[in-house]
Ligand binder design. Structure first.
Ligand code: UDP
Length: 449
């Protein structure tokens, strides 16, 4: 019975305060709102979403105990650990208040809010987890503690084994393990282990993905989880109001309007990854020497210890004049769906990877850490819609990769395979398609509480 059709029930959602987590949670909330549920968003002050973009939701800020303001290159491991401690009490008080107002059907938590299971259980509220990574990456995270025990992650050992397959998590190699070596390793692994443990206790888990893309991984996941799982590509089901924390530069779309079809390489490394000047130079000279048109989103703080473009190499502007623009932050979904865009050089954050696949855009993958390494392997070896440059950019390698993707036959074939994936996802969204059915099942599941 669909409770949402009978009377309006409330769902409480709790996004983790990072761009790559806020976007999917508010997209999911928008989908559920369009199916008749009322939405309450509990959120931290840190990286607070903009309530005016969602006038139909109610927003409830809680204290997070963080003294710092949003930072362009945050340490997510430290912040996740801190807010899981600092938010426990205020979150409980806020949730109790919402429950006392009545009609709260269930609570949807980001998987990284690992303290919330015990709170929801104590308050007698079903807790569904929304996981922002791919299913393949979740399986790798779930295997991490075992792999750590087997020595796969001890760095001295790793170097000689980099190319070895990790049989516990095919198709990954040792070099694809979702390590977070630039952060405090012990804290990182504790966060991950708790995230996995508490996700397994949820009443259900929702992944931002689609059946046709991760069919084998979803099969392996259901052997590990007792609770039901739902695979839904959120941003394709609801073109939500923007939940961008930075202002998106819309002038990039008018510039794209003037470029030939499929000629532009869009370059962006997401909201958290940061690089040194050397890596920036590799990207810049790759773009300059390849001769390709490009739209490059350089987030302030992308390069360590800089405000914005100070570290761009001398001569770069002259070498690329008339065929490329640099902006601070792009309207990424619009950019990827623009007919002039023919490729995406990405850090392979899961949202970016999925957004690219959904628009049939092939990728150059430069993963930095964590699940980005896993996603890059899937993009290059499983779905075969991209070129994996791995973590370290080789001199000259970038320029060859750009040419291969943008003008050579290999790239054309990747583009065709990406277009096939786009067609499958579009078919799934139609009435009685796979995604459409999964969404109906999710609504029924929530309504059954
Ligand atoms: N994004 C954007 N403009 C940009 C770069 C990124 O709107 O210039 C959005 C992008 O569409 C995606 C999110 O920011 O939804 C980044 O999430 P992802 O998981 O790809 O990476 P993260 O930032 O978490 O590393």
């Amino acid at each position: 019975m669909d409770c949402a059709k009978k009377k309006q029930c409330r769902l409480v959602v709790f996004p983790l305060p990072f761009q790559g987590h806020i976007n999917p949670m508010l997209q999911l909330a928008s989908i559920l709102h369009s199916r008749g549920f009322l939405i309450s968003v509990i959120h931290t002050h840190y990286n607070c979403p903009n309530p005016s973009n969602y006038p139909h939701f109610s927003f409830h800020p809680i204290s997070d105990g963080l003294s710092e303001s949003p930072h362009s290159a945050p340490d997510p491991v430290r912040i996740i650990k801190l807010i899981n401690t600092n938010c426990a009490k205020p979150f409980r008080q806020c949730l109790e208040g919402l429950i006392s107002e009545g009609d709260v059907k269930c609570f949807i938590s980001d998987a990284n809010w690992y303290f919330t299971h015990s709170v929801a259980t104590a308050l007698g509220l079903p807790r569904i987890v929304m996981r922002t990574s791919s299913v393949g990456a979740f399986l790798a995270f779930a295997a991490l503690s075992l792999l750590r025990d087997k020595g796969y992650l001890s760095f001295s050992d790793r170097d000689s084994k980099m190319e070895e397959a990790v049989e516990e998590v095919p198709p990954l190699k040792v070099k694809d393990m979702p390590v977070l070596e630039m952060y405090n390793a012990e804290d990182a692994y504790k966060n991950i282990d708790k995230m996995v443990e508490e996700t397994k206790k949820a009443s259900a888990v929702i992944f931002n993905t689609f059946q046709e893309l991760e069919h084998p991984e979803i099969g392996r996941l259901t052997q590990q989880l007792v609770s039901p799982t739902f695979a839904i590509p959120f941003h394709k089901c609801f073109s939500a109001a923007s939940s961008s924390l930075l202002a998106q530069d819309m002038s990039s779309i008018s510039w794209l309007d003037e470029q030939p079809p499929k000629s532009v390489l869009y370059v962006s490394f997401g909201s958290v990854a940061a690089m040194d000047g050397g890596k920036l130079h590799e990207v810049a000279w790759g773009l300059a020497n390849s001769g390709s048109r490009f739209l490059w989103a350089i987030r302030p703080g992308l390069v360590h210890d800089t405000e914005w473009l100070e570290m761009l190499p001398n001569g770069f502007s002259e070498a690329t004049s008339g065929r490329g623009i640099i902006i601070k932050w792009a309207p990424q979904q619009e950019v990827l769906s623009h007919p002039s865009v023919g490729g995406f050089w990405t850090h392979c954050g899961w949202n970016s990877t999925l957004e690219s696949i959904c628009e049939g855009v092939p990728m150059i993958c430069s993963p930095f850490f964590g699940d980005q390494l896993v996603n890059a392997r899937y993009v290059s070896d499983v779905w075969r819609v991209g070129i994996n440059l791995h973590k370290d950019l080789e001199k000259g390698g970038t320029e060859n990769a750009i040419r291969k993707l943008m003008v050579q036959r290999d790239g054309e074939e990747m583009r065709k395979r990406a277009m096939l994936l786009k067609e499958r996802i579009d078919a799934g969204l139609k009435m009685r398609g796979s995604t459409y059915r999964v969404l109906d099942e999710l609504i029924d599941f929530i309504s059954s509480f």
